[in-house]
Write a new protein. Structure first.
Length: 259
């Protein structure tokens, strides 16, 4: 009996409270097509849900892609370091520098510090006496030119040995002649201020060569070079400042006598 068969199919397959008894003829065929399509879609959705409900097994490539995506979506350059981290980093660098300076050979350390005495004593003595001496200032410029020439010539001694990591090529040997040329030019100036500025430039170039172009120097030597360059530059600038102050005082005194 068709009237008894359709409700049974309805309850078993579709679980929907439709009254199929009233559907006859072409409507029944159209309804059968629609229900068949819906049932196939329902089975497909159930299969997809079952697949999604299964635990995913990620291979290393997918895990790496996920981490890479997370890395690109984050903005690490917006993260600011806390003051404690920056202070700890700065203190660590200073502590390592002091340790490297203490580990330097005693002859190199003591001779380098003794070589800074002519630089520091000139502006210090003139500041204590309150008088600018052109001859003493020129003596400091001359000693600075000799020191700059020595720093440039060290590259030859470093590049010439056969087992040296630096080769005696055009770059190393030609760069060693640049600081002496600046030193020679500093001696040609009549103004001590111009000579001091020229020596400061030469010292900066020599320090750049020793720190960047020859990274195989030991750490203690690099720290010693930085300390020595800072002291020499400050001493030369102090002498130039004392000269400027002395000239201003002399000009003011002359104006007073003329008035």
């Amino acid at each position: 009996d068709k009237a008894d068969m359709f409700p049974l199919i309805q309850r078993c397959c579709f679980h929907a409270p439709f009254k199929l008894q009233k559907l006859t003829g072409p409507r029944l065929l159209l309804y059968g097509k629609m229900t068949t399509t819906c049932s196939s879609l329902g089975l497909r959705l159930r299969r997809d849900v079952c697949l999604l409900s299964r635990p995913l097994s990620l291979n290393p490539a997918s895990v790496y892609a996920t981490k890479l995506q997370a890395f690109h979506t984050s903005l690490p350059f917006f993260k600011k370091k806390t003051p404690k981290e920056s202070e700890t980093k700065d203190s660590g660098i200073l502590q390592r520098s002091l340790t490297a300076l203490k580990d330097s050979p005693k002859p190199a350390l003591y001779l380098s510090l003794a070589g800074l005495i002519p630089f520091v004593s000139v502006p210090l003595s003139m500041a204590v006496q309150g008088t600018y001496y052109p001859e003493v200032a020129f003596a400091q410029i001359t000693y600075g030119a000799v020191t700059v020439s020595f720093l440039g010539g060290m590259r030859w001694g470093f590049a010439l040995p056969e087992n040296s990591p630096a080769k005696p090529d055009w770059l190393n040997l030609a760069n060693s002649t640049v600081p002496p040329l600046f030193a020679w030019q500093a001696l040609l100036f009549k103004d001590v201020t111009h000579s001091a500025i020229m020596l400061v430039i030469a010292l900066g170039i020599a320090l750049h060569y020793d720190l960047s172009l020859l990274p195989t120097y030991p750490r203690w030597f690099k720290v010693l070079r930085v300390v020595g360059t800072v002291v020499m530059v400050l001493s030369l600038l102090a002498t130039a400042a004392l000269k400027t102050i002395s000239e201003e005082q002399l000009g003011n005194s002359r104006n007073k006598w003329q008035n």
